[in-house]
Design a protein. Structure first.
Length: 303
């Protein structure tokens, strides 16, 4: 079968745009990514950024199947949410949420809709595609899926449906505190201390109400005890993820668990859950996104 470029898969997250050149049979041919200096503010800016990254690929295909923030109210074109509970099996993903959101002479953009929840109010865009991809590779799986990232999602999945979900801003809080707060002076940009992470996580799971005080202790440790910046980074991560795990306990306690994410963001969650005696099934975020987008493209190809 020919592996010529036939369509482009796109995942536009909060901080990064990823593109994959795809063959008609779903084979991944190449990939590109970028991290724009700021979020695009107009539809024209979205298109400019995407065209710049896709480059010569658009000389061979104008079909783009996408998920993520480009379908949000502030995105390229708004695509309505689907309220939960709703099906996220590959078949359901290809039936309802893909729409020809924007068609131009040389570009046909199709965006997968996100999910919404009325009580408590919550939304997701992009993660629903990863969940659909995970179910495509794990037929009949039920349980809770954690999707770490800038805004981490915990989704309860049963019988091919997302029943409920909750979002935690842990990743964004970590970035703000480590890069823009007073803690930035003592927190390294890289490095790790596994013991410091484990201790901080355990402390916060046990006493989450002490989080604010524990955070400022990192500042005190830097000024008075020459706290190693890499250790401070690990403690900060442990404190924040510990608070998240404490709040998300109804999701993971006694549940069948899966974790979708890159190793960088998923590993601390896996370690934190393992410390609570929770075994997780790991899956790569890019692989799950592509599996979901392949299902969406199949609907377009068969239409």
């Amino acid at each position: 079968m020919s592996h010529d470029l036939d369509w482009i898969a796109a995942d536009w997250g909060s901080t990064r745009l990823r593109l994959w050149a795809m063959a008609a049979d779903g084979t991944r041919l190449a990939e590109r990514s970028s991290q724009p200096e700021r979020a695009p503010r107009t539809p024209a800016e979205f298109e400019t950024i995407l065209r710049a990254l896709a480059g010569d690929w658009l000389e061979r295909t104008g079909t783009i199947v996408a998920c993520g923030m480009l379908g949000a109210r502030e995105g390229w074109v708004e695509v309505p949410y689907r309220p939960v509970p709703c099906a996220v099996t590959p078949a359901a993903l290809t039936r309802a949420p893909v729409a020809a959101a924007d068609t131009r002479p040389t570009l046909s953009l199709h965006v997968v809709s996100g999910l919404s929840q009325a009580t408590p109010p919550d939304v997701m865009r992009g993660e629903e595609t990863q969940i659909a991809g995970f179910l495509a590779k794990n037929d009949g799986w039920d349980g809770v899926i954690c999707l770490p990232g800038t805004h981490t999602k915990w989704a309860h999945v049963s019988a091919g449906e997302v029943v409920s979900f909750q979002t935690f801003m842990t990743g964004e809080l970590f970035a703000l505190l480590s890069e823009q707060s007073v803690l930035r002076h003592g927190v390294a940009e890289a490095g790790w201390d596994a013991d410091a992470f484990a201790d901080a996580l355990s402390d916060t799971i046990s006493r989450p109400e002490k989080l604010a005080g524990k955070l400022f202790a990192l500042r005190g440790g830097h000024l008075l005890d020459d706290l190693d910046p890499a250790t401070a980074r690990a403690r900060l991560s442990g404190l924040l993820i510990g608070a998240e795990l404490a709040a998300a306990k109804p999701y993971w306690l006694g549940q069948n668990m899966a974790l979708i994410g890159s190793d960088t963001v998923a590993h601390p969650y896996a370690e934190g859950l393992a410390a609570q005696g929770v075994t997780v099934l790991r899956a790569d975020a890019d692989d799950m996104t592509l599996a979901g987008l392949r299902a969406a493209h199949a609907q377009l190809a068969g239409a």
